[in-house]
Design a protein around this ligand. Structure first.
Ligand code: 5GP
Ligand code: ZN
Length: 119
């Protein structure tokens, strides 16, 4: 069922504290932590605590938390001091687009001078 924890989901395990992560921010509905394999000097993920497979499912199931992902992305960008130099927000959706963890998340990428433009 949408929103329910999935026992085989990596990010549900991070939310549950079963897998460690470097957590930067937390709200009732969201968790923000560093990506384990950073692609930029700052590479952070913002996720809903509830399980939705992708951003579209999250937006349909809980629009308030979907909006909060963007608020938290902006807040962590300010915390990381990457606003002035600029940053990218990316929602990979579907395996064909490179999504590997099927729990909604937005990548916050910044702090570099040569951020790769999406193809
Ligand atoms: P996707 O490719 O699904 O858009 O992004 C998944 C992201 O999750 C990848 O950037 C990957 O590095 C990150 N990731 C995978 N496993 C872990 C983990 O155990 N901990 C953390 N912090 N990030 C992870
Ligand atoms: Zn999940």
């Amino acid at each position: 069922m949408a929103g329910e924890p999935q026992s085989d989901c990596l990010f549900c395990k991070i939310v549950a504290g079963q897998i460690p992560a470097t957590v930067l921010r937390e709200t009732d509905g969201t968790l923000t932590f560093r990506d384990i394999n950073p692609q930029a000097p700052t590479h952070v993920l913002v996720i809903p605590k509830a399980h939705y497979a992708n951003a579209a499912d999250l937006a349909a199931g809980d629009p308030a938390v979907a909006a909060e992902l963007l608020t938290e992305a902006g807040e962590v960008a300010a915390d990381e001091k990457i606003v002035e130099s600029g940053y990218r927000l990316i929602f990979n959706t579907g395996a064909g687009a490179g999504q590997t963890v099927f729990h909604a998340h937005v990548h916050v990428l910044g702090g570099g001078t040569s951020l790769q433009h999406p193809g």
